[in-house]
Structures are given as C-alpha cells and as structure tokens.
Design a protein around this ligand. Structure first.
Ligand code: IMP
Length: 391
C-alpha cells in the first residue's frame, strides 16, 4: 500500500479540495484522516454548488471509495443533512462510504458546550463542537463510532449530555434533535471497519487533509489552532498507516495567505489591499461565512510547514487572484513582529513571464518543486508543470 497525502501548508482553505478532486480518479480510495464539520469543501456538481463538510469530496467520483478515518470526529446530525443533500443530487453516498469504527462522534452537547462556555470565542472557532469532542476523546469519555452497536448507546449519549449540562447549570439544557438520531440510524447501515486491517488491501490511497499545518494542535500557533493533527503525523495516526507507506506528500499553498479566526498572522494586510483580496479571491469561510483575513505569502511559515511534513511537491493555488497587482510581496525572514519582505514584479496573467519568475523564486526559496498551478476556480483551470514524484 502506498499513501499519497494532500496537506494544507497554511491556515486552511488553500484549495486542497480541488487538488483532491483532480487526483481522486487515479486512486481506489480517498480517505479523510482528521477534523470534522469545521472543514468545508465547495464543489460544483452538474452546475449546482455543493458544500461538503463531512463526506469526503471523492464522493463525486463513481469509482472511488471514500473513507472517513479514525482521526475524524463525525457529527451524525450534520452527516444526515449532508447525505440528504447528496440524495437530492441523485448521488447515493452510502454505497461508497466506509467508516473507521474508532472515529469519534460529535454530540449535540459538544456544540452546546462550545456555545455556552464561550471558550471558542477567543480562538474564533467554527462552533461545530470540534474542540469539545476531541477533548472528550482525550479525556477518555468520548463515544467512538462503534458505540452505536451497543444496546446502551442512547443511555451513553444522554449520560455524556448530562455530564456537560451539569457543568453549566445556569444554561438552558442542550437538546438532541431528531436529525441526530436519523444520522445514527444511517451510520448503523454503513460499513464500519478496522482500518489497520481493511486499508492495506488497496494498492494506493489518497489521504485528504482538512485545515492546514499552522492550525495543527501541536505544530500550529497554539492556542489558536484546531484540535487535531492536520500534518503528516495526522495521516499516520488517523489512517493507521506505517511511515514507510507514505509516498508523495503534496503540500498546498495559495500565492498569498489567509486565516479565519483569531491568532498570529505576521503578514496580515489591512485596508484596501486586504479588501481587494477578500473580494477578488472570494475569501469568505465556506463553513461559517466569515470574511477571511488576508496577507502576503509567508515563506518562513511555509518552509516550516514543508519541513515538518516532508513535503515532496507543492501545488500553488489562487495566483490568478493576484493578476493585475503592480507588485507582489513574500515574507523571507525577520521575526513575526517585524517581517522582512522580498518585493517581486506583479503579473498581468499567468502566461506572463513575470509569473514564471515568481514560481522560480518560490522553488528556490522553498527547495521543493512546484508541481502544479491552479489557474482559476474551475476543475479545468489547472496546469501541471512536472510529473508528480511518485517513486
Ligand atoms: P475549530 O476547528 O472549529 O475548533 O476552530 C479552531 C480554529 O481553526 C479557528 O481559528 C478556525 O477558524 C480554524 N478552522 C477550523 N476549520 C477551518 C477550515 O476548514 N478552514 C480555515 N480555518 C479553519
């Protein structure tokens, strides 16, 4: 078994979904290894916009099996709504979904805890109950997916709900909507596997990351991070694959930087240029609708992300958004409080030799080949510069 991974090198929203979508057809299996409905992949299917939070985006490829891995936290209620939406498009996702029996469930109380504790507010979380669900997982009181097989499952859900409700006695108690139980019923009908036994039957696996390296619980800008491993470590743990199985590590970066939520962002822009990037780049969160903070590319952060993930190929996205700027900058050094920038001539189009100059500059600075360039939002807007190193 060989595993190729698609990882975000920044703060999420790098365009991983598009790269996974481009590559998926070449793999028998696409597997999400971490995260939950904090992620959002916007895709277009038969002319309709679809935002997926829990179902891997490989679901639009009829030949591909989609795995939701051990490292994920899954919200049955969100899952139910998403599957319903896919049915309406004529897709039957349950025919091609396989779940790791040890992934953990997000209960309605996890979202409730995040809301009433206001813990997420200073981090600027997506309020999807991600932090509280992982916290329960690590506190060893969480509910793994396999718990749905137990006759006492309902009691366990109510027990964990009561546990958290007792922590906030002044708050109106959390409710468990009908869609949660519908989602659980749906999950009972789906194949649940032990990944370590099941996955190695496949020759190749595409591991699909959510969020980005700078939001990793260890490697990111703690405490302004998500609660899982968004890095290559998350692939190993979340899909239970050995390190020798990792073949290509594809790192995705925009030609500039964005961040949603709070936390340090040394190259952040404000004023007209930030507003222009938000507008032209459509920089609004697909899960929360929040405007994304925008800034110049940060090569110090990128080099770090490439190093810790062992990135072997980079895909550059959204360089088209920068078309028309007279000058483009990238942070090349200096402390976070006083970044040092290199200024490069801007480009009119991605055919412009000045854009090739930018790509050559990046390759030199990062010491990793720029394998592909996304030239626009559509699937066809893609240019492969080199063969993907898969040996
Ligand atoms: P949480 O994952 O909802 O706990 O949020 C923690 C941090 O990660 C916040 O700063 C969020 O804005 C950020 N975050 C979580 N998911 C995404 C994503 O898919 N894209 C960008 N930022 C995200």
């Amino acid at each position: 078994m060989r595993v190729d991974a698609v990882l975000g090198l920044q703060w999420g929203d790098e365009g991983k979904g598009k790269v996974v979508d481009l590559l998926a057809a070449g793999y028998p299996v696409v597997a999400r290894f971490q995260g939950g409905p904090n992620a959002g992949h916007t895709l277009y299917h038969a002319g309709k916009k679809v935002v997926l939070h829990q179902v891997p985006s490989g679901i639009f490829h009829p030949e591909v099996l989609c795995v939701i891995g051990e490292g994920v936290v899954l919200d049955p209620e969100v899952f139910w709504k998403e599957v319903e939406g896919l049915w309406a498009l004529g897709i039957v996702p349950e025919e091609r979904l396989v779940l790791s029996e040890g992934l953990h469930l997000i209960l309605p109380v996890h979202r409730w805890v995040e809301a009433v504790s206001q813990e997420g507010e200073k981090i600027g979380t997506t309020r999807r109950g991600i932090g509280p669900a992982y916290a329960d997982r690590y506190a060893r009181r969480g509910l793994p997916l396999r718990a749905i097989e137990s006759p006492s499952f309902e009691r366990q859900v109510l027990g964990l709900t009561a546990y958290h409700a007792a922590r906030f006695p002044d708050q109106p108690p959390p409710e468990i909507p009908e869609d949660f139980w519908r989602g659980v019923e749906l999950l009972r009908r789906l194949p649940r596997v032990r990944l370590a036994e099941w996955l190695p039957q496949f020759s190749t696996v595409l591991a699909e990351g959510s969020q980005g390296t700078m939001l990793d619980i260890f490697a990111g800008t703690y405490p302004y991070v998500t609660a899982s491993h968004t890095t290559i470590a998350g692939v190993l743990a979340g899909l239970m694959v050995p390190p020798q199985a990792i073949r290509t590590v594809i790192g995705i970066t925009k030609a500039y930087a964005t961040r949603v939520g709070e936390g340090p962002f040394p190259t952040e822009l404000d004023g007209d240029l930030a507003a222009w990037l938000q507008e032209k780049g459509g920089e609004r969160g697909s899960t929360t609708g929040r405007l994304r903070r925008c800034g110049w590319l940060d090569l110090v952060a990128l080099r770090y992300a490439i190093q810790i993930n062992g990135v072997t190929a980079v895909a550059l996205t959204k360089a088209d958004v920068l078309c028309g700027l007279p000058e483009v900058r990238a942070r090349v050094g200096g402390p976070d409080s006083a970044p040092i920038y290199e200024s490069l001539p801007g480009w009119e189009s991605l055919e412009d030799s000045r854009f090739e100059g930018f790509v050559a500059f990046l390759e030199e600075a990062l010491q990793v080949p720029i394998w592909g360039i996304s030239t626009g939002p559509a699937r066809a807007d893609w240019r492969e510069r080199l063969p993907l190193p898969t040996s």
